[in-house]
Design a protein around this ligand. Structure first.
Ligand code: ZN
Ligand code: ZN
Length: 76
């Protein structure tokens, strides 16, 4: 198991399902894509629309493409 990243901060959370934990499948707030009090992930850093996440349950680290800002036209 990976150690918890030093950048992990409970004040910075993201509600993105963990690829390792199937724990959100039977959870009502998660299914409704609401801010579940149980199933949240640490938002470590973000590079543009790419989010670096860590799961507080299994300590899995992964990146998630949020596509946020993807509609912005690139600078000429
Ligand atoms: Zn997990
Ligand atoms: Zn949940």
């Amino acid at each position: 198991m990976l150690p918890l990243d030093p950048q992990a901060d409970p004040g910075r959370r993201a509600w993105i399902p963990c690829p390792q934990c199937p724990d959100t499948h039977h959870c009502q707030p998660c299914q409704q894509q609401r801010t579940c009090p149980t199933h949240w992930r640490y938002l470590l850093t973000n590079t543009g629309s790419l989010l670096h996440l860590q799961c507080p349950h299994c300590n899995h680290l992964w990146t998630h493409e949020s596509n946020f800002g993807a509609t912005r036209t690139p600078a000429p």
